[in-house]
Design a protein around this ligand. Structure first.
Ligand SMILES: O=C(O)C1=C[C@@H](OP(=O)(O)O)[C@@H](O)[C@H](O)C1
Ligand SMILES: C=C(OP(=O)(O)O)C(=O)O
Length: 423
């Protein structure tokens, strides 16, 4: 582990010159955890390249191994996965840390296992709601319990998923919808998946799910808005290259813009298929970002945008971000708290919206701010940006970036950023 990940705190020193150079984000977390799972459900061997290796993908890989799948790490960004088309019941609960993708996706897939599967996570995951997915699976005929409405979830599968119609409320998390879609090709007949409300977190993640299903020989037909029909095809093995992580890219785009530099991330903004790539155009508007930003379709980029907004010429109100309260931490509260530690009055929570009162005089100022990251990688990575232009910013628990971007601090250091670890 690098000194940066092991440190208790990390002070980010202001840059003396604009950040310039090449810095490539790791593979996409969302795509890696989808294709690892779908490869594991296929009968045969699949090879994944360009993959993310981080806490979240380690939890997925470990869980798949516990269910009888061979998952080999053939190099730093590649996996070779061999399965026989049927997951086995694990002997112990699956521990998935705070990986939302792994937890939600495996909860639905566990219904295809013949035997009992317990899906569990760390103390943060045990506060993240999963009841809508549990209720949808129960209505689909699955014996499933999650007494607290959050993990742990116990699934008593029979190895059979019936054909039918499943309704799901995706307002709190699109991952519930993705989870059901990925389970549906394993059913005994066609499955209709229908949204109960018109709301869905970021619809772009459902598109990523369907693209991953297609890459492994399945698919989902769009019957109408919020209604998909999935045929019982199962999955085929495939070789798949994972594109870089768009959420990780937002920190590099923002660092470039904030310091007036030029960072080559190796992928054009419009070449990403992930929803957070939409944040690029907003970041490019800095320091004249708009007065209102709707974060609903780029939720994981909101911490990046909110921190950047602190240096904007005019205030920015973030709307459509209600479900940030049930991410790795309550991100609306964490962003407001961190910004107010930097300068009192810099941000305010208004219901489920966040107002960032821009203060361009922060650039070049000296403050004394210890940022509580609440074990949330995105809070750590976004607040690190403030340290590039404001003196006196210290990030607590910098190791939490290992959830999705373990090399984050090394990447910043590689661009010439001075980081001082302590503790
Ligand atoms: O499907 C995915 O890969 C993801 C969906 C989003 O979560 P929600 O659907 O819970 O909003 C996003 O925040 C998460 O990081 C990854
Ligand atoms: C919300 C996130 O992750 P997940 O839901 O996959 O844990 C994230 O990576 O910002």
């Amino acid at each position: 582990m690098s000194d940066f990940l092991a440190a208790e705190r990390l002070t980010v020193r202001p840059v003396r010159a604009s950040l310039r150079g090449r810095a490539v984000p790791p593979g996409s977390k969302s795509i890696t955890n989808r294709v690892l799972l779908l490869a594991a459900l296929a009968n045969g061997t699949s090879r994944i390249t360009g993959a993310l290796r981080s806490d979240d993908t380690r939890h997925m890989a470990t869980a798949l191994r516990a269910m009888g799948v061979s998952v080999e790490e053939t190099d730093a960004t590649s996996f070779e996965i061999s399965g026989n088309g049927q997951l086995q019941a694990p002997s112990d609960p699956l521990f998935l840390g705070n990986a939302g993708t792994a937890t939600r996706f495996l909860t639905a897939i566990a219904a295809s296992v013949d035997g009992t599967v317990v899906v569990d996570g760390d103390e943060h995951m045990r506060k993240r709601p999963i009841a809508p997915l549990v209720e949808a699976l129960r209505a689909w005929g699955v014996a499933i319990e999650a007494p607290s409405g959050c993990p742990p979830v116990t699934i008593r599968g029979t190895g059979r998923l019936p054909a039918g119609r499943v309704t799901i409320d995706g307002g709190l998390s699109s991952q519930y919808v993705s989870a059901l879609l990925m389970a549906a090709p394993l059913a005994e007949g066609p499955v209709d998946i229908v949204l109960t409300g018109d709301q869905i977190g970021a619809r772009g993640y459902v598109d990523l799910t369907i693209a991953a299903m297609e890459a492994f020989g399945a698919g989902a037909e769009d019957v109408s808005a919020g209604h998909w029909r999935v045929s019982p095809t199962g999955y085929m093995p495939a070789n798949h290259h994972v594109e870089p992580d768009a959420s990780a890219a937002t920190y590099l785009w923002a660092a470039q813009r904030l310091t007036g530099g030029a960072i080559d991330i190796g992928t054009a903004p419009d070449a990403f298929t992930q929803p957070d790539a939409k944040a690029h155009d907003l970041i490019a508007l800095f320091p004249r970002m708009p007065a209102v930003i709707d974060g609903a379709q780029m939720q994981d980029a909101v911490p990046t945008l909110a921190v950047l907004a602190a240096y904007n010429e005019t205030p920015v109100r973030f709307v459509g971000i209600g479900n940030l309260r049930v991410k790795e931490c309550d991100r609306i509260a964490a962003l407001s708290q961190g910004l107010n530690v930097i300068r009192p009055g810099l941000a305010a929570e208004e219901g489920d919206e966040l107002v960032v009162h821009a203060d361009p005089t922060l650039r070049g100022a000296t403050v004394s701010a210890e940022i509580d990251t609440f074990a949330d990688h995105r809070i750590a990575m976004s607040f690190a940006l403030t340290g590039l232009v404001t003196d006196g910013i210290t990030i607590l628990d910098p190791g939490c970036v290992a959830k999705t971007f373990p090399a984050y601090w090394d990447v910043l250091a590689g661009l010439g950023v001075e980081l001082r670890p302590a503790g």
